[in-house]
Design a protein around this ligand. Structure first.
Ligand code: JFZ
Length: 416
């Protein structure tokens, strides 16, 4: 298929295909592979230059417990996540599914199970949408690097890659997301035959959505370890680790707090993006206790604040201003003020250009007294201390008579 024809076809169906994803806001990323056994990051093979033959021994010793994917899916559901993305093959090259493309897989070697099937079944059991991460880069495949300089190797490697994608899109029922990663060492969509490969994926899975890491922009952008909105009109998903490593790394003591994750949720919602928050399960598949603790707390918070979080939201950039006490998200004519620094019984918001019809605390629905003059909204009778004990973030709901707008500018007087 021609590139232009492909781009037109995918663009024509994009809004409809992406609807559920925009509404979902929050998903779980799972990095799991042989590297979990070493517990030193998913790049350990590369960073420690472990010889291939030595690394392969990890494929004889992997002993996950029974169906850990059910624990992940249960936890994701409880945390308020709506979809999952799991590594079917990371850069190490070990395939977690029953593939015909290589013997280096979880059925021919330990654990002698199709871990992708277990994952898919768990997602379905808990009503979560299903994403497959697939690393184009492959440190194990003999043609994984050679393909850059040897045309025959490139042909073999592309056949392998397309064979993997075909299996993943054929053997597991409906798949919702294809999440490619690291298109090394070939430096263009042409070299990877990305149009052919992705057109095949779409033929097999007409509703699938695809990320931007196969040298094609496709359906959504993927800022990584930072939360930055892409240009207006472009869908984006920030993927973040909990502790600085995607793979299991128990020696990393730096865990993002529940509060920090709520802050991330605030930022992605304000930019009409999504958050894909990662867990790196232990070799037996169990979720690190630090992650369980935080995701459980998050679940309480997201359950209480669903209305602000999920569904169609508008970007706040250019519409609302920064404030020292918290920040905004918008849904239609309603502005949500995520108050992270509680001011006490009175909260004052300057420069709101829309008339507030009703103000309330989102969690309790309790109405709030307020007075609005031309430049100041003064809310009174608030609780003396931050009411939210989970993350220290309380959302105030301001229903307006028009699309919320705020203008403060830099000077004391707004210059038009
Ligand atoms: C990749 C992987 O190397 C990593 O192990 C993990 O799977 C992560 C989700 O993705 O890392 C990247 C990929 C892209 C960029 C940076 C790191 N990037 O575009 O800046």
């Amino acid at each position: 298929m021609e590139l232009n024809e492909y781009l037109q076809q995918t663009a024509a169906t994009r809004a409809e295909r992406m609807q559920w994803w925009h509404d979902a806001r929050f998903g779980m990323f799972v990095h799991w592979g042989l590297y979990a056994q070493l517990g030193r990051h998913e790049w350990v093979m590369n960073r420690e230059r472990i010889p291939v033959a030595e690394y392969e021994k990890l494929a004889e010793t992997w002993q996950p417990k029974e169906r850990p994917a059910r624990e992940w899916a249960r936890l994701a559901k409880q945390a308020g996540m709506k979809y999952m993305v799991m590594t079917t093959k990371h850069h190490e090259g070990f395939c977690l599914w029953d593939t015909q493309q290589t013997d280096y897989n979880a059925v021919k070697h330990t654990p002698h199970r199709d871990l992708v099937r277990e994952y898919v079944e768990a997602c379905r059991e808990f009503g979560l949408k299903i994403g497959f991460y697939y690393s184009l880069m492959d440190w194990h495949h003999p043609d994984g690097a050679l393909c850059a300089t040897d045309e025959a190797a490139r042909r073999r490697f592309l056949d392998f890659t397309q064979g993997c994608v075909r299996e993943l899109c054929s053997n597991y029922g409906k798949i919702d997301i294809l999440w490619y990663d690291v298109a090394w060492p070939l430096k263009s969509a042409d070299k990877w035959e990305s149009v052919k490969m992705n057109a095949m994926a779409r033929q097999l899975q007409p509703h699938i959505i695809i990320d931007n890491r196969s040298w094609l922009d496709e359906d959504f952008g993927t800022p990584e370890e930072h939360v930055t909105a892409e240009k207006e009109g472009r869908a984006w998903e920030a993927c973040m680790t909990f502790n600085g490593s995607w793979g299991y790394m128990p020696i990393s003591p730096d865990w993002r707090s529940t509060r920090e994750v709520v802050h991330l949720l605030n930022t992605v919602t304000a930019g009409s993006g999504n958050l894909l928050l990662n867990i790196g399960p232990a070799p037996d598949g169990s979720v690190p206790p630090e992650a369980v603790e935080r995701l459980t707390a998050l679940g309480q918070w997201t359950a209480q604040n669903q209305e602000a979080l999920y569904g169609q939201v508008e970007r706040t950039q250019g519409r609302m201003e920064w404030l020292p006490t918290g920040s905004w998200t918008i849904k239609g004519n309603t502005a949500y003020f995520w108050c992270t620094r509680w001011p006490g019984e009175t909260l004052v918001i300057g420069g709101l250009r829309s008339k507030v019809v009703k103000a309330s605390l989102l969690t309790s629905g309790a109405p709030l007294a307020f007075e609005q003059t031309e430049n100041r909204l003064v809310l009174t009778g608030l609780p003396a201390a931050q009411p939210d004990a989970i993350a220290g973030v309380t959302i105030l709901k301001l229903e307006c008579d028009s699309a919320p707008r705020q203008a403060l500018g830099t000077g004391y007087v707004v210059l038009e």
